[in-house]
Design a protein around this ligand. Structure first.
Ligand code: ARG
Ligand code: MN
Ligand code: MN
Length: 305
């Protein structure tokens, strides 16, 4: 594959600063080398900057940095659609508000080639707010609301293609706000919270979702939030929630995603290098991306479930 690194130093999706250093932390941790070692081609587009836009005042006064996040969405949507025509985009975040643009842009590409887009959301949070329902006002909590076509995003670019809730699977969930909980009921999305993963493991729910993607001849976008992982192994994130995925669970997900051959694009989000310990979180994220792109401990025959 030709991997296209798209630096998205988005820091407007929440109040705590630091995610703007994420793209360079991934580069420092050896992401490009890991991918070329696996035999992939590599294009690094450098770090993008948000479009300058003007927006009306948000109806919810809590909303933080609306114009900047709208500008990023515009820029990243275009970058995503373009990169999909050339290779396998990897969005180096930046906070999770970058996914308003990356997912919408990938969805536009999927529509253009006539295939349904599926999304795997690996996160402690459901990120299903709208600018009207968020209490924190942090727009990194809204990307799934936007891409599924919820109301309240009139300041944002019109969605080129809605991702149906039925095509979205969330894993690792352990923090859901009340307003999200209510909206999730009718959303059609599949939510595997940590209790579910404790009871059933992570491989089987994933296999069931991948089977659906395959049956629909779909494209699969993966959005990996650092806080999917347990904070004891991935401390470099502003929104830690105890009880997350282990290193092995996360690698297993990535290995199965690789073996499926279905993944077309990836977000690496919410890394805040200011909070890291000697780069360990950045390195773990690079290792997980490498597993997704084909790194394996030894060559054994591919197993299917
Ligand atoms: N639900 C909370 C909020 O809206 C937390 C969102 C965290 N999102 C994230 N991408 N880390 O503020
Ligand atoms: Mn998130
Ligand atoms: Mn999160």
């Amino acid at each position: 594959k030709t991997c296209i690194l798209i630096g998205a130093p988005v820091d407007s999706g929440k109040r705590r600063k630091g995610c703007l250093m994420g793209p360079d932390a991934y580069r420092t941790a050896g992401l490009a080398e890991a991918l070329t070692d696996l035999g992939h081609g590599l294009i690094d587009r450098g770090n993008l900057a948000p479009a300058q836009v003007e927006v009306p005042a948000p109806s919810n006064p809590a909303v933080h940095e609306l114009a900047r996040t709208v500008g990023w969405t515009k820029t990243l949507m275009a970058a995503a659609t373009e990169a999909m025509g050339e290779g396998f985009p990897i969005f180096l975040g930046g906070d999770h508000s970058l996914s308003l643009g990356s997912v919408a842009g990938v969805a536009a590409h999927a529509k253009a080639v006539g295939r349904p887009l599926f999304v795997l959301w690996l996160d402690a949070h459901t990120d299903y707010h709208t600018p009207d329902t968020t209490d924190s006002g942090n727009l990194h909590g809204t990307p799934l609301g936007y891409v599924t076509g919820r109301e309240g995003f009139s300041a944002f670019p019109p969605l080129p293609a809605i991702v149906p809730g039925e095509n979205i699977c969330l894993m690792g969930i352990r923090s859901v706000d009340r307003a999200e909980n209510e909206a999730l009921q009718g959303s059609g999305m599949t939510v595997h919270d940590m209790r579910d993963i404790d009871e059933n493991g992570i491989a089987r729910p994933l296999a069931a979702f991948l089977e659906r993607v395959r049956a629909a001849n779909g494209l699969l976008h993966v959005s990996l939030d650092v806080d999917f992982l347990d904070p004891s192994v991935a401390p470099a994130v502003g929104t830690t929630v105890p009880g997350g995925a282990t290193v092995r669970e996360a690698h297993l997900v990535m290995e199965h995603l690789h073996d499926s051959g279905l993944v077309c694009s990836l977000d690496l989000v919410e890394l805040n290098p200011f909070l890291d310990e000697r780069g360990r979180t950045a390195k773990l994220m690079v290792d997980l991306a490498a597993s997704l792109m084909g790194r394996r401990v030894f060559d054994r025959p591919t197993r299917s479930f």
